[in-house]
Design a protein around this ligand. Structure first.
Ligand SMILES: C[S@@+](CC[C@H](N)C(=O)[O-])C[C@H]1O[C@@H](n2cnc3c(N)ncnc32)[C@H](O)[C@@H]1O
Length: 272
Protein backbone atom coordinates (compact mmCIF):
# COMPACT_ATOMS: atom_id res chain seq x y z
CA UNK A 1 0.00 0.00 0.00
CA UNK A 2 2.90 2.33 0.82
CA UNK A 3 4.11 1.91 -2.79
CA UNK A 4 0.68 2.94 -4.12
CA UNK A 5 0.65 6.03 -1.88
CA UNK A 6 4.13 7.03 -3.05
CA UNK A 7 3.13 6.63 -6.70
CA UNK A 8 -0.01 8.71 -6.10
CA UNK A 9 2.00 11.47 -4.39
CA UNK A 10 4.61 11.47 -7.18
CA UNK A 11 1.86 11.72 -9.80
CA UNK A 12 0.20 14.56 -7.84
CA UNK A 13 3.49 16.52 -7.66
CA UNK A 14 4.16 15.97 -11.36
CA UNK A 15 0.57 16.95 -12.22
CA UNK A 16 0.94 20.19 -10.27
CA UNK A 17 4.18 21.05 -12.07
CA UNK A 18 2.60 20.30 -15.46
CA UNK A 19 -0.41 22.50 -14.76
CA UNK A 20 1.73 25.40 -13.55
CA UNK A 21 4.03 24.89 -16.53
CA UNK A 22 1.04 25.30 -18.86
CA UNK A 23 -0.09 28.41 -16.99
CA UNK A 24 3.32 30.09 -17.00
CA UNK A 25 4.45 29.04 -20.49
CA UNK A 26 1.23 29.67 -22.42
CA UNK A 27 2.90 31.94 -24.99
CA UNK A 28 5.44 29.30 -25.97
CA UNK A 29 2.68 26.69 -26.39
CA UNK A 30 0.75 29.03 -28.60
CA UNK A 31 3.83 29.66 -30.78
CA UNK A 32 4.50 25.93 -31.03
CA UNK A 33 0.97 24.93 -32.06
CA UNK A 34 0.81 27.78 -34.60
CA UNK A 35 4.09 26.60 -36.12
CA UNK A 36 2.79 23.01 -36.38
CA UNK A 37 -0.26 24.35 -38.21
CA UNK A 38 2.09 26.04 -40.70
CA UNK A 39 4.06 22.81 -41.23
CA UNK A 40 0.91 20.71 -41.72
CA UNK A 41 -0.17 20.03 -45.31
CA UNK A 42 -3.81 20.35 -44.21
CA UNK A 43 -5.62 21.23 -41.03
CA UNK A 44 -5.22 18.33 -38.58
CA UNK A 45 -8.54 16.69 -37.68
CA UNK A 46 -7.20 13.63 -35.86
CA UNK A 47 -4.50 14.22 -33.29
CA UNK A 48 -2.84 11.98 -30.71
CA UNK A 49 -1.06 13.35 -27.64
CA UNK A 50 1.30 10.66 -26.31
CA UNK A 51 2.10 10.87 -22.60
CA UNK A 52 -0.45 13.65 -22.33
CA UNK A 53 -0.09 14.24 -18.60
CA UNK A 54 -2.83 16.60 -17.45
CA UNK A 55 -3.60 17.61 -21.03
CA UNK A 56 -1.51 20.71 -21.67
CA UNK A 57 -0.73 19.68 -25.24
CA UNK A 58 -4.07 17.98 -25.95
CA UNK A 59 -6.04 21.06 -24.92
CA UNK A 60 -3.75 23.57 -26.65
CA UNK A 61 -4.03 21.51 -29.86
CA UNK A 62 -7.82 21.17 -29.58
CA UNK A 63 -8.04 24.96 -29.22
CA UNK A 64 -5.64 25.63 -32.11
CA UNK A 65 -7.39 23.17 -34.44
CA UNK A 66 -11.11 23.56 -33.70
CA UNK A 67 -12.23 20.70 -35.97
CA UNK A 68 -9.79 18.20 -34.46
CA UNK A 69 -10.51 15.24 -32.24
CA UNK A 70 -7.66 14.61 -29.83
CA UNK A 71 -6.81 11.27 -28.19
CA UNK A 72 -4.72 11.84 -25.07
CA UNK A 73 -2.76 8.72 -24.12
CA UNK A 74 -1.21 8.32 -20.68
CA UNK A 75 -0.40 5.48 -18.31
CA UNK A 76 -1.54 7.42 -15.25
CA UNK A 77 -5.24 7.47 -14.26
CA UNK A 78 -4.58 10.52 -12.06
CA UNK A 79 -3.23 12.49 -15.03
CA UNK A 80 -6.15 11.44 -17.20
CA UNK A 81 -8.63 12.40 -14.49
CA UNK A 82 -7.18 15.94 -14.38
CA UNK A 83 -7.27 16.04 -18.16
CA UNK A 84 -10.96 15.09 -18.23
CA UNK A 85 -11.81 17.83 -15.71
CA UNK A 86 -9.90 20.45 -17.74
CA UNK A 87 -11.45 19.29 -21.00
CA UNK A 88 -15.01 19.21 -19.66
CA UNK A 89 -15.85 22.73 -20.87
CA UNK A 90 -17.76 23.72 -23.99
CA UNK A 91 -16.10 22.94 -27.29
CA UNK A 92 -13.63 20.49 -25.76
CA UNK A 93 -15.61 17.78 -23.94
CA UNK A 94 -16.68 16.02 -27.13
CA UNK A 95 -13.27 16.42 -28.83
CA UNK A 96 -10.65 15.47 -26.20
CA UNK A 97 -10.67 11.86 -25.07
CA UNK A 98 -8.37 10.23 -22.52
CA UNK A 99 -6.97 6.79 -23.30
CA UNK A 100 -5.21 4.90 -20.54
CA UNK A 101 -2.33 2.85 -21.94
CA UNK A 102 1.23 1.97 -21.04
CA UNK A 103 3.36 2.83 -24.07
CA UNK A 104 6.02 0.42 -22.82
CA UNK A 105 3.57 -2.47 -23.14
CA UNK A 106 2.11 -3.58 -26.45
CA UNK A 107 0.67 -1.19 -29.02
CA UNK A 108 -2.23 0.97 -27.89
CA UNK A 109 -4.90 1.24 -30.59
CA UNK A 110 -4.27 4.68 -32.13
CA UNK A 111 -6.60 6.21 -34.71
CA UNK A 112 -5.19 7.04 -38.14
CA UNK A 113 -3.83 10.50 -37.40
CA UNK A 114 -2.73 13.76 -38.99
CA UNK A 115 -0.53 14.77 -36.09
CA UNK A 116 1.08 12.95 -33.17
CA UNK A 117 2.45 15.11 -30.35
CA UNK A 118 4.88 13.73 -27.78
CA UNK A 119 6.05 16.30 -25.23
CA UNK A 120 8.48 15.42 -22.44
CA UNK A 121 7.57 11.75 -22.64
CA UNK A 122 9.87 9.84 -25.00
CA UNK A 123 12.82 10.06 -22.61
CA UNK A 124 10.65 8.22 -20.03
CA UNK A 125 10.08 5.22 -22.29
CA UNK A 126 12.04 1.97 -22.23
CA UNK A 127 12.18 1.75 -26.03
CA UNK A 128 11.21 5.03 -27.71
CA UNK A 129 12.19 3.69 -31.16
CA UNK A 130 9.56 0.95 -30.88
CA UNK A 131 6.94 3.57 -29.99
CA UNK A 132 8.06 5.84 -32.86
CA UNK A 133 7.64 3.01 -35.34
CA UNK A 134 4.13 2.51 -33.96
CA UNK A 135 3.51 6.26 -34.40
CA UNK A 136 4.71 5.95 -38.01
CA UNK A 137 2.10 3.26 -38.65
CA UNK A 138 -0.63 5.37 -37.04
CA UNK A 139 0.06 8.48 -39.14
CA UNK A 140 -1.40 8.98 -42.59
CA UNK A 141 1.13 9.71 -45.39
CA UNK A 142 2.03 13.38 -45.02
CA UNK A 143 1.16 13.35 -41.30
CA UNK A 144 3.49 14.85 -38.73
CA UNK A 145 5.04 13.73 -35.48
CA UNK A 146 6.24 16.50 -33.13
CA UNK A 147 8.63 15.55 -30.34
CA UNK A 148 9.35 18.18 -27.71
CA UNK A 149 11.89 17.84 -24.92
CA UNK A 150 13.10 20.27 -22.29
CA UNK A 151 16.80 21.10 -22.77
CA UNK A 152 17.13 21.96 -19.10
CA UNK A 153 14.88 22.55 -16.11
CA UNK A 154 13.74 26.18 -15.91
CA UNK A 155 15.81 28.65 -13.90
CA UNK A 156 14.11 31.26 -11.77
CA UNK A 157 16.42 32.90 -9.25
CA UNK A 158 18.63 35.97 -9.43
CA UNK A 159 22.34 35.08 -9.34
CA UNK A 160 22.85 36.61 -5.91
CA UNK A 161 20.07 35.79 -3.46
CA UNK A 162 20.13 36.56 0.25
CA UNK A 163 20.63 32.96 1.37
CA UNK A 164 23.65 30.74 0.71
CA UNK A 165 26.50 31.56 -1.68
CA UNK A 166 25.98 33.35 -5.02
CA UNK A 167 25.27 31.05 -7.97
CA UNK A 168 23.18 28.55 -5.99
CA UNK A 169 20.80 27.73 -8.83
CA UNK A 170 23.62 27.16 -11.35
CA UNK A 171 25.24 24.66 -8.97
CA UNK A 172 21.90 22.92 -8.43
CA UNK A 173 21.51 22.48 -12.19
CA UNK A 174 25.09 21.29 -12.65
CA UNK A 175 24.60 18.67 -9.94
CA UNK A 176 21.34 17.46 -11.50
CA UNK A 177 22.49 17.41 -15.12
CA UNK A 178 22.12 13.99 -16.79
CA UNK A 179 23.89 12.71 -19.89
CA UNK A 180 23.73 15.18 -22.81
CA UNK A 181 20.81 14.49 -25.13
CA UNK A 182 21.81 13.78 -28.74
CA UNK A 183 18.40 14.88 -30.05
CA UNK A 184 15.68 12.96 -31.88
CA UNK A 185 16.52 13.29 -35.57
CA UNK A 186 18.24 9.89 -35.77
CA UNK A 187 15.32 8.26 -33.98
CA UNK A 188 12.90 9.80 -36.47
CA UNK A 189 14.95 8.56 -39.42
CA UNK A 190 15.20 5.03 -37.96
CA UNK A 191 11.40 4.93 -37.65
CA UNK A 192 11.01 5.90 -41.34
CA UNK A 193 10.19 9.61 -40.98
CA UNK A 194 11.58 12.41 -43.10
CA UNK A 195 13.03 14.98 -40.67
CA UNK A 196 11.09 18.16 -41.36
CA UNK A 197 12.39 20.69 -38.83
CA UNK A 198 14.15 21.16 -35.53
CA UNK A 199 13.38 24.30 -33.58
CA UNK A 200 14.59 25.49 -30.20
CA UNK A 201 12.16 27.64 -28.24
CA UNK A 202 14.07 29.98 -25.96
CA UNK A 203 11.87 31.04 -23.08
CA UNK A 204 13.06 34.09 -21.18
CA UNK A 205 10.28 35.70 -19.19
CA UNK A 206 11.25 38.82 -17.22
CA UNK A 207 9.83 39.87 -13.85
CA UNK A 208 7.21 40.71 -12.79
CA UNK A 209 5.40 37.48 -13.67
CA UNK A 210 1.98 36.05 -12.68
CA UNK A 211 1.54 34.58 -9.17
CA UNK A 212 1.67 31.02 -10.52
CA UNK A 213 5.36 31.56 -11.31
CA UNK A 214 6.40 31.41 -7.65
CA UNK A 215 4.51 28.15 -7.10
CA UNK A 216 5.98 26.77 -10.33
CA UNK A 217 9.49 27.76 -9.21
CA UNK A 218 8.93 26.18 -5.80
CA UNK A 219 7.61 22.92 -7.32
CA UNK A 220 10.48 22.68 -9.84
CA UNK A 221 13.17 23.47 -7.27
CA UNK A 222 11.66 20.95 -4.84
CA UNK A 223 11.72 18.31 -7.58
CA UNK A 224 15.41 19.04 -8.20
CA UNK A 225 16.08 19.01 -4.44
CA UNK A 226 14.57 15.51 -4.17
CA UNK A 227 17.44 14.18 -6.35
CA UNK A 228 20.31 16.05 -4.76
CA UNK A 229 21.03 14.51 -1.35
CA UNK A 230 24.79 13.99 -1.22
CA UNK A 231 25.29 15.71 -4.59
CA UNK A 232 25.87 19.23 -3.24
CA UNK A 233 27.63 20.73 -0.20
CA UNK A 234 25.42 20.88 2.91
CA UNK A 235 25.42 24.70 2.76
CA UNK A 236 23.85 24.63 -0.72
CA UNK A 237 21.27 22.02 0.29
CA UNK A 238 20.32 24.12 3.33
CA UNK A 239 20.01 27.22 1.12
CA UNK A 240 17.84 25.28 -1.35
CA UNK A 241 15.62 24.12 1.52
CA UNK A 242 15.26 27.74 2.64
CA UNK A 243 14.38 28.84 -0.88
CA UNK A 244 11.69 26.16 -1.28
CA UNK A 245 10.24 26.59 2.23
CA UNK A 246 6.55 27.59 2.39
CA UNK A 247 6.85 29.94 5.35
CA UNK A 248 10.47 31.08 5.74
CA UNK A 249 11.72 34.58 4.86
CA UNK A 250 13.86 33.34 1.93
CA UNK A 251 11.18 31.26 0.19
CA UNK A 252 10.44 31.86 -3.49
CA UNK A 253 6.76 32.33 -2.61
CA UNK A 254 7.77 35.72 -1.14
CA UNK A 255 9.78 36.91 -4.12
CA UNK A 256 8.53 39.23 -6.83
CA UNK A 257 11.77 39.20 -8.86
CA UNK A 258 11.54 35.66 -10.28
CA UNK A 259 12.18 35.17 -13.98
CA UNK A 260 11.76 32.01 -16.10
CA UNK A 261 14.67 30.96 -18.33
CA UNK A 262 14.58 27.67 -20.18
CA UNK A 263 14.84 26.13 -23.63
CA UNK A 264 12.69 23.44 -25.22
CA UNK A 265 13.38 21.89 -28.57
CA UNK A 266 10.83 20.43 -30.96
CA UNK A 267 11.75 17.93 -33.69
CA UNK A 268 9.19 17.40 -36.42
CA UNK A 269 9.12 14.38 -38.74
CA UNK A 270 6.80 13.72 -41.65
CA UNK A 271 5.59 10.31 -42.77
CA UNK A 272 6.46 10.13 -46.50
C1 LIG B 1 6.80 14.93 -17.91
S1 LIG B 1 5.16 14.39 -18.17
C2 LIG B 1 4.72 15.29 -19.66
C3 LIG B 1 3.25 15.46 -19.80
C4 LIG B 1 2.77 16.27 -20.98
N1 LIG B 1 3.18 15.70 -22.23
C5 LIG B 1 3.22 17.70 -20.89
O1 LIG B 1 4.12 18.11 -21.63
O2 LIG B 1 2.67 18.46 -20.05
C6 LIG B 1 5.36 12.74 -18.77
C7 LIG B 1 4.03 11.99 -18.89
O3 LIG B 1 4.30 10.75 -19.54
C8 LIG B 1 3.52 9.75 -18.91
N2 LIG B 1 4.19 8.46 -19.12
C9 LIG B 1 5.40 8.07 -18.66
N3 LIG B 1 5.67 6.81 -19.04
C10 LIG B 1 4.61 6.40 -19.78
C11 LIG B 1 4.27 5.18 -20.43
N4 LIG B 1 5.08 4.12 -20.38
N5 LIG B 1 3.10 5.10 -21.10
C12 LIG B 1 2.25 6.17 -21.14
N6 LIG B 1 2.51 7.34 -20.52
C13 LIG B 1 3.66 7.46 -19.84
C14 LIG B 1 3.49 10.17 -17.45
O4 LIG B 1 2.39 9.57 -16.77
C15 LIG B 1 3.37 11.69 -17.56
O5 LIG B 1 2.04 12.09 -17.59
Amino acid sequence: MAGTNTATTTAAVMAEILELDAEVLGTYLSELTTWLGELSDREPVRIVDLGSGTGTGAIALARRFPRAEVSAVDVSPQMLHRLSVKASGPGLADRVRGVQADLDQGRPALPTSDLVWAAAVLHHLADPDRVLSHVFDALRPGGLVAITEMDFFPRFLPEDIEVGRPGLEARVHDAFKGAPDAGWTDHLVRAGFTPEAERPFVIDLPAPLPDATARYAQACLRKLRSHLDGQLPAEDLAALDAVTDDEGPHGVLRRDDLTVRTTRTTWVGRRP
